[in-house]
Design a protein around this ligand. Structure first.
Ligand code: M6R
Length: 604
């Protein structure tokens, strides 16, 4: 949720921290702040809003230091104000935090009894007070820090400066990711590889429960038991460490246009295009009798699309559930179940908790994730990578199509393994998937038509998306995209369900966007559109040119590429994304960083 950076070296730290915070802004942008040690004393600059507000504060009150920590916040406890902005200070201690300290109220009462006075409403501030208190009796900052960590429940990534400990940054992670970056005469702590990407590509990923003392020339790491450990230094690729918008106005626009490549890269992981075969994944699909997908948001819709494919192609029962529901409802799982967590970040708290729960209950587990070093990737016994590359826009686009592509390819592999797909059918399906990148590129050419439709959508207060089969979850994904970046209320419905209630919403002011590829339920969808059009609803039907006209007054057609039904969710995702994008641009909203959201939801 929040982004963290720490820099300790001999050169100016503040410009580096600002550079890093800009790259981390996608994680949260309610407020931002920096603390540094200037002549051994703590100095802080904080601002409500985005990094540019913090830059304005720094312009008025510059900060020159060789060591500092920075934070960009997605508010959990306490409103997004300057007072609640991190870093939080208490006595000799100043720190930044990502996560939630669940027992903060109890700790706060204890500290208040000891005479501690709090300036913010955050859960974080208690940690600063606790460490300041601990340092009174333990002069070793590392052991004092450990004694504080032992009392915290909840999730955290922390970066800490202590007055009188020049050159030292303490860090810790539990439930929220944190990396150590290794530079030349300069060291870093950051939320992810992107945070330290401009300075180094040599990274150590801290493990669950680790804490670390970072100095100018190295880092000492300790595991949850306090034993000194070495975590490997890995070289991350420059592309995962550096991301720029290039020629595009927004990251979201760039990421939409990257999809022919990102889908191709992902499919190559799972398919042998040369021989027209699905690669055999490191799992025996005949040894499982059920798949349980858990995910949140867009990843949940990708999972639902996957379900249609696993059941149809492999005859493999597949359930898909929102992780925040699954984790608390005591689900009845059977031993032959493969639990699959689908996630772009691999850090979403609810999905990660479900994965851990499934593992603890003896299930086989797989993580279908885009960040291959993420907590989910490490927690699951099987890693199913997607290769979307870093996704910066808060609204997920290329990560979604990469998830769908991987699930479709895996469903083909499952169908082959379970004897439901013969060799010619396998070749046909692999060929269809092989065509997906080209057809996605063709779908990107729909932008002129969609720009025009967006002018009308931008005037609406409610929009309905319709689809059948795998187009139903895609309709819900289209509605989510529109909601999150244009702030227009939208819902996705199964086209056949509309007449059971939601059709009452239809009037001449409510656009209905219908996803109608030429599949085996096209005629059914077309009938549903006639029903809507007959009631005065302005229908926008996205369908290939060869699709017959449903003859409804008010039905506006937008031509989409004709494609094999298997890949329709990949191809039709593009007009959904472009429609949301152009509507948001038309409305002038903050496309890449929509209000109230954060890229990675590491709190439940
Ligand atoms: O990183 P994850 O895929 O686990 O994230 C799940 C959701 O938070 C995410 O898909 C969210 O719904 C996006 N904002 C959708 O665009």
């Amino acid at each position: 949720m929040c982004g963290i950076i720490g820099v300790t070296g001999t050169g100016p730290a503040v410009p580096r921290i600002i550079d890093s915070l800009k790259r981390l802004e996608y994680r949260g942008y309610d407020s931002a702040g920096i603390a540094a040690l200037v002549d051994g004393r703590i100095e802080r600059r904080r601002a409500k809003g985005k990094i540019r507000e913090l830059e304005a504060v720094l312009l008025a009150e510059p900060l020159a230091a060789t060591i500092g920590i920075g934070h960009t916040r997605w508010a959990t406890h306490g409103a997004p104000t300057t007072t609640n902005a991190h870093p939080h200070k208490a006595g000799r201690v100043v720190l930044v935090h990502n996560g939630i300290i669940e027992n903060f109220a109890e700790l706060k009462s204890e500290l208040a009894v000891a005479g501690r006075v709090f300036e913010s409403q955050t859960d974080t501030e208690v940690v600063a007070h606790m460490l300041d208190e601990a340092l009174k009796t333990d002069t070793n900052p590392v052991t004092a820090f450990k004694s504080v960590l032992d009392r915290l429940t909840g999730a955290y990534a922390l970066a800490v400066l202590i007055e009188g400990e020049d050159g030292l940054i303490l860090g810790a992670r539990r439930g929220s990711p944190l990396v150590v970056g290794w530079g030349e005469g300069e060291m870093y702590l950051g939320s992810d590889a992107l945070a330290v990407g401009p300075f180094t590509q040599k990274i150590s990923y801290l493990e669950e429960g680790d804490y670390v003392a970072v100095s100018r020339d190295g880092a000492r790491m300790f595991d949850v038991d306090g034993t000194e450990v070495k975590r490997p230094i890995v070289q991350v690729s420059a592309s995962s460490a550096m991301v720029e918008k290039g020629e595009y106005r927004h990251f979201m626009e760039k990421e939409i246009h990257e999809q022919p490549d990102s889908v191709q890269r992902t499919l190559s992981e799972y398919l042998d295009f040369v021989n027209g075969r699905a690669k055999t994944p490191a799992i025996d699909f005949t040894a499982i009798d059920r798949i349980q997908i858990v995910a949140c948001g867009t990843a949940f819709y990708a999972g639902q699309i996957g379900r249609y494919a696993f059941e149809r192609l492999a005859g493999l029962p597949c359930d898909v559930e929102i992780a925040s529901e699954f984790r608390y409802r005591e689900p009845a799982v059977t031993p032959g179940t493969l639990a699959v967590a689908v996630s772009q970040s691999g850090e979403t708290a609810d999905t990660l908790a479900c994965l851990a729960w499934c593992k603890a209950h003896g299930l086989k587990t797989a993580a279908l994730v885009n960040v291959h070093s993420s907590s989910m990737a490490r927690e699951a016994s099987l890693l199913w990578p997607t290769h979307a590359g870093p996704e910066i826009g808060v609204a997920s686009t290329k990560a979604f199509t990469a998830q769908v592509a991987a699930l479709l390819a895996l469903a083909v592999a499952a169908g082959v393994a379970r004897g439901r797909i013969d060799a010619p059918t396998e070749a046909e399906l692999v060929k269809a998937l092989f065509e997906a990148p080209r057809l996605i590129a063709e779908a990107l050419q729909m932008d002129g038509d969609l720009r025009e439709v967006a002018l009308d959508i931008a005037k609406a207060t409610d929009v309905i998306f319709l689809g059948r089969g795998p187009m139903f979850p895609l309709a819900m994904e289209g509605a989510l995209k529109l909601k999150e970046i244009s702030y227009i209320h939208a819902e996705g419905y199964a086209a056949g369900e509309l007449k059971h209630g939601p059709i009452a919403l239809v009037d001449e002011f409510t656009p209905i966007v219908a996803l109608a590829p030429m599949d085996d339920v096209f005629e059914k969808t077309a009938s549903n559109l006639q029903e809507v059009a007959a009631r005065g609803g302005p229908v926008i039907m996205i369908a290939p040119t060869r699709a017959p006209d449903p003859h409804g007054a008010g039905i506006r057609r937008i031509a989409a590429p004709d494609c094999h039904p298997l890949i329709a969710p990949l191809v039709y995702a593009v007009p959904m994304q472009l429609l949301a994008y152009y509507t948001a641009v038309q409305k002038g909203t903050d496309v890449d960083q929509p209000r109230n959201l954060a890229k990675s939801v590491t709190v439940e």
